[in-house]
Structure formats: structure tokens, C-alpha cells
Design a protein around this ligand. Structure first.
Ligand code: ADP
Length: 270
């Protein structure tokens, strides 16, 4: 329907204009400082696994005639290498979000589709962790943006919910479409986050429990990526949590199209 596609394009252009404005202002002021912090954090985060790889390699070469030791050191080498790979991938993702304009590919995105994709990507992890992903809420809403980035953001929230839940728990992924905003909430019944940590969890490399998070492969970058993706889309992300009871992360994005109000008027002009 050509009328519909005109609405879509107009709303696409409108939103992109606003989004670029927001970007320009924040980027200009804070970019230098952010880059300096970022490099300092990266160096710090990479030091530990790189140091471990060096030590393990040395230990390996001096344990050559003890197969059991060789196997143990080799296993740990693999773990550290995996960790380095993950940190590197997330750093690249994050720096792409912070430097370039990530919304050059902005398009009309079907919320139902990005939610379904993010759930699919986490299905294996959910099964392995013995948790149930339950989806609910409104269907058929759209937002303007970069589909792949939005899937990454939702993926990270669901992956965290799985990671910090116990077996048998349930994770809800709900969508609510209002007049102006689409709200996507990921709710778990997991370990929760203490009040003093809540406002810091979106910081790069911030982990509530460094040791446990490191054991479970966390980098502290996941939520920072979520925050950047959502902000680049002109939205916001909020968290509610209570220690021992669970957490709800809510992403609010400006709606791309409001078919209920715009569609009839334009399709059927009086
Ligand atoms: P990580 O890779 O360590 O999970 P994130 O940036 O995704 O890093 O999260 C930062 C920290 O916030 C985590 O280390 C964890 O302590 C806490 N966190 C994130 N999501 C949840 C959740 N759903 N339940 C409890 N704690 C969470």
C-alpha cells in the first residue's frame, strides 16, 4: 500500500533527524573523556587474562612430561583465550556504537520480530540453565532503528536474566505499546542487584561480584552496550531490582508508527 509506505518514510525521516541531533550534542561534549576512560579500562581488563595466558604457557612447557598437568593447564588456557575473545568482541561492538553514527541503516523495525530473534538466540542457554522464557504482551508495534543493534541489546538483557537465575526459574519478556513509546521488559526471579550497585550496572566493565562474574564469563560490558544502543535510538533503559527477588530491565523506545491514529486518516482522506 503506497499510502502506508509514505507514512513510514515520513516518520523515518522525522525520527532520524531528531536522533542525530541528540547524538551530536552528547558526543561533542563527552567524547574525549569517554575515549580516555575507555582505553584505561580496556588495558586494565586485558591485563589479567593476558598475564594468565603467559603464565600458563610457561607452566605448560615445564610440565611437558606430566600429562595430567598439561591437560589442566591447557583447559585453563582455553578458558582465558575464550575470555579474551569475548572481551575483544564486546569492545569492538561498543566502540562502534560510540564512534560512528550507528543509525545510518535506520529502518522500520518490527518489535515482535526483534523480541522473537533475541529469544531464539538464547534458547540453548535457557535450556542449559533450566529456565523458561515466557513471552507476553502486545504484538504488532514498530520502532525506527537498526534491527541488528536492537536484537543485540535485547539479547544481552535476556542472556543476563538467564545467567543470574537459578534452575526452574521463569523469565518474562513482555512488550507494551503505548501511543508514543514501546516498552520491552525482561523480568527475572534471579539473584537481584543490591541498591548500591543498581545505578552502576550500566557502566562499562562494572560487575557486582567481580569474582563470580568472571567465573561465569561476564565482562561487565553487556549492559553498557544495551544502554548505548537504546540511547542511540532516542530511548532509555531502566532497572528495578531487589536482592534475592529478581530484576526487571525495561527498554523504552519511541514508536515508529502509530497505525491506529495515522492510518485511517491518510488511507481514507475526507
Ligand atoms: P556481565 O557481562 O558481567 O554480565 P553486564 O554489563 O551485562 O556484565 O552486567 C553488569 C553486572 O550487573 C553483572 O556483572 C551482574 O552483577 C549485574 N547484572 C546484570 N543483569 C543482572 C540480572 N538480570 N540479575 C542480577 N544481576 C545482574
Amino acid at each position: 500500500n503506497s499510502n502506508l509506505s509514505v507514512i513510514a518514510r515520513a516518520s523515518l525521516l522525522g525520527s532520524r533527524y531528531v536522533l542525530l541531533q541528540v547524538d551530536d550534542r552528547t558526543e561533542g561534549v563527552r567524547l574525549d573523556e569517554m575515549r580516555r576512560d575507555f582505553v584505561a579500562n580496556i588495558s586494565h581488563e586485558l591485563k589479567t587474562p593476558i598475564g594468565a595466558v603467559g603464565l600458563l604457557a610457561e607452566a605448560l612447557s615445564s610440565a611437558a612430561d606430566e600429562p595430567e598437568l598439561v591437560r589442566r593447564f591447557a583447559d585453563r588456557l582455553t578458558t582465558e583465550a575464550d575470555r579474551l575473545t569475548r572481551i575483544t568482541r564486546e569492545i569492538i561492538e561498543l566502540s562502534r556504537l560510540q564512534s560512528a553514527d550507528p543509525l545510518t541503516d535506520a529502518e522500520l523495525v518490527d518489535v515482535d520480530h526483534i523480541v522473537a530473534s533475541a529469544i531464539d538466540q538464547n534458547a540453548v542457554a535457557a535450556e542449559a540453565g533450566g529456565v523458561r522464557l515466557v513471552r507476553g504482551g502486545d504484538k504488532r508495534s514498530t520502532v525506527i532503528g537498526d534491527e541488528a543493534l536492537l536484537i543485540v541489546a535485547l539479547h544481552n538483557l535476556i542472556a543476563n536474566a538467564i545467567q543470574y537465575s537459578s534452575r526452574g526459574a521463569r523469565i518474562g519478556i513482555g512488550v507494551r505499546a503505548g501511543d508514543e513509546l514501546v516498552e520491552i521488559a525482561v523480568t527475572d526471579q534471579g539473584i537481584g542487584i543490591a541498591a548500591e550497585d543498581l545505578e552502576r550496572v550500566f557502566e562499562r566493565f562494572y560487575r557486582v561480584d567481580q569474582a563470580r562474574s568472571r567465573n561465569t564469563g561476564g565482562t561487565g560490558l553487556g549492559l553498557s552496550i544495551v544502554k548505548h544502543v537504546v540511547q542511540n535510538h532516542g530511548g532509555e533503559v531502566a532497572v528495578w531490582s531487589q536482592r534475592g527477588r529478581g530484576s526487571t530491565f525495561t527498554v523504552r523506545l519511541p514508536r515508529g508508527l502509530r497505525p491506529s491514529s495515522a492510518e485511517p486518516a491518510l488511507l481514507d482522506p475526507v
